[in-house]
Design a protein around this ligand. Structure first.
Ligand code: ZN
Length: 362
């Protein structure tokens, strides 16, 4: 399907796409415990532009250039094609061609003309994507278009038609590269106008004894555990047609641990994942996302599962968290999801840590 093709094809050309193998053991329950809503706050979506970022600002690659368009795929979303059967076991343990989404998916009808967001020289032309190296060191890729330009052509921002959106794609994927590395086009000072007043949510905080399960009760955590926040965001503008209502990933997730009920800080606010500006390396994917994570309309085996929403399970720590760092007792674990505009909200889960000897065998 077109949505994934740029990952595989792009990998051949420029970006390393890694096929990550997951250990094939166990199988975790996916049922999430609903976290308690915690203090919810929403920041104003005023772009925090600085003199450096302002110079990077550019318009939209489809008309109208000066108006915001719906985005159905965020920077850093998981892109996942599982080799296994469409079962929980397949999802949790099968081999996956998985990576971070390296750009944004701008929703537009098939056949829509796509224009460069910045002037420059066409460097790469393939049957379904084009790269323009712009003046000033950045480059942009436009995917899922039938090209109308040739390598070496000089193209004008908002003037030259690069190509038209291919049939069935219903979007143009935009990758922004700085020094060859993808950066987040939704960060303040990049694509604009872009306003976002939807708030990302943490819907559950869960625990496992390993990346593939089993799930643990928050009432009884001991030894090393995986801590997971299920989080998602809503596109800033509703996406039409079949991608309507599907979630995207938050740009950032943070967490903190306090004693309960005394509220003394044990672990101060810590960044678990942050794609506000840049991506982690692809090899870190399964240190950022827990197994069970998958993209919207996931592919498993040879099928794509239409209309199914994605699941974004974010690890609070890249590796298992050792609860023996904490004294036995009761704690409140708070996870906060953020978008690039600073909108954020939190959920919390009470946990009980029991590591003293002669407690129940785990
Ligand atoms: Zn895309």
């Amino acid at each position: 399907m077109a949505t994934n093709s740029h990952l595989q094809r792009g990998g051949q050309r420029r970006m390393a796409t890694m096929f990550l193998l997951a250990a094939a053991i166990g199988g975790g329950a996916l049922a999430g415990r609903t976290a308690l809503p915690a203090q919810t706050s929403t920041a104003a979506s005023t772009p925090q532009t600085s003199s450096t970022t302002q110079s990077l600002s550019y318009g939209w690659p489809v008309k109208p250039f000066d108006r915001q368009h719906p985005i159905r795929g965020s920077f850093g979303d998981p892109r996942s094609i599982f080799r296994g059967a469409p079962t929980i076991r397949g999802l949790m343990t099968s081999r996956c061609a998985c990576s971070y989404h390296q750009g944004i998916d701008i929703s537009a009808p098939d056949g829509t003309a796509v224009y460069p967001v910045r002037s420059g020289v066409v460097r790469i032309v393939t049957p379904d994507w084009v790269e323009v190296d712009s003046d000033g060191g950045s480059a942009f890729q436009y995917w899922h278009i039938a090209s109308r330009v040739r390598e070496g052509d000089r193209v004008q921002a908002e003037g030259t038609v690069l190509g038209h959106i291919l049939r069935g794609s219903q979007h143009v994927h935009l990758t922004e590269l700085q020094n060859g590395k993808p950066v987040n086009p939704l960060a303040p000072g990049h694509i604009g106008p872009y306003a976002d007043s939807t708030t990302p949510r943490v819907t559950a905080i869960t625990f496992r004894s390993s990346d593939t399960g089993p799930e643990l009760l928050p009432e009884f955590l001991h030894g090393r555990v995986e801590m997971i926040a299920s989080a998602s965001d809503t596109p800033a503008i509703p996406v039409p047609e079949m991608w309507s209502g599907l979630p995207v990933t938050p740009a950032k997730l943070t967490y903190r641990v306090t004693t309960f009920p005394s509220a003394q800080v044990v672990t101060r606010e810590t960044v678990a994942m942050d794609v506000t500006h840049r991506l982690p390396s692809t090899s870190d994917l399964w240190h950022t996302y827990a197994r069970g994570t998958h993209m919207n309309m996931v592919k498993m085996g040879t099928h794509r599962y239409w209309y199914q929403p994605g699941a974004y399970l974010l690890k609070l720590t890249p590796d298992l968290f050792d609860t023996r760092q904490l004294k036995d007792g009761v704690y409140r674990l708070t996870a906060t999801a953020w978008d690039t505009a600073g909108n954020h909200s939190s959920s919390a889960q009470i946990i009980n840590v029991h590591n003293r000897k002669n407690w129940l065998d785990g």
